[in-house]
Design a protein around this ligand. Sequence first.
Ligand code: ADP
Ligand code: MG
Length: 349
Amino acid sequence: MLENKNNEHTSLEKLGEFGLIDHLTKDFKVTQKSTLKGIGDDAAVLDFANKKTVLTTDLLIEGVHFDLSYMPLKHLGYKSVMVNLSDVYAMNAKATQITVSIAVSNRFPLEALEELYAGIATACKVFGVDLVGGDTTSSKTGLMISITALGEVDEAKITYRSGAKANDLLVVSGDLGAAYMGLQVLEREKEVFKVNPNNQPDLEPYAYIVERQLKPEARKDIVTLLEQLDVKPTSMIDISDGLSSEILHLCKNSDVGCNLFEDKIPLDPTVISSCEEFKVDSTMIALSGGEDYELLFTVDQSAFLKLKGNPNLSIVGHMTQSSEGAHLITRGETKIPLTAQGWNAFESD
Ligand code: ADP
Ligand code: MG
């Protein structure tokens, strides 16, 4: 697992800390106007001129947030960046810089870290962000990655969780539940592999959901789309923990209620078929699955014509007075209270 294609193993001790940092970061290029000084001094120097700065950070721990037995390091590097950029985009901001701090044990050869940084480099390139710093230290246990992302935004465009109003439309990008079902498939294959290591899994039918788990894409394109459509969301959040818990965050922070319509929840056909195979309810998975990294936002009703029919967006409900609470309206037109876990199947009103 920690071996690279050519099975080369260069020990980290041989390079030393500074050699390692140089080696891993030498090919990163700075492209943002706001980056005055990137890697190489005691601190990076940034200038956001007349923009506001957003800053967000995430810590990922081996065995808690990722499992290297099915997560290739290149994907891990890419995904670690996505998790952070997704938070920047959820503020309606443009991501500009990241820092990457890692703690690694000696069991990782240089080639493994090269893979990790190849994923980070791809993410930086595709999303146009500069790697401007970080820290490198040793770990006695697993791998730890902490990424901080910065972004810039005009003050008037900043979108908080707190701006939703009753009667606003609730909109979600992409489709939901795929990353969670991809994880189920990978976990199942891991168990099969333990019993029979010669068994080559056929993941082809699950390509979409496995990719959504291993290589999520932060929705920069949605921030751009909203700008082009001249729509400013009243509130926004990214979906890391599942639709249900994110809706409840918007409701709580904005002091509103919500009606979410089950039949409007966007599901990929592969999610529906894998839910049948795993005997789980696809609505439940979309509500509580997590790791979709889609954007969930509210807009004034006047934006309806601009958003309806857009293949990247689904209008899934509307906000209500807070006294009405947050509910799922099922296909059978039953009204069920939303809970952070998805819904409470035993409660109905
Ligand atoms: P210091 O001892 O002042 O913290 P370091 O030697 O740790 O400095 O870092 C030197 C430069 O390399 C700094 O610009 C730092 O931000 C950058 N850097 C260190 N580790 C990493 C890393 N894992 N990824 C990217 N940049 C890093
Ligand atoms: Mg340091």
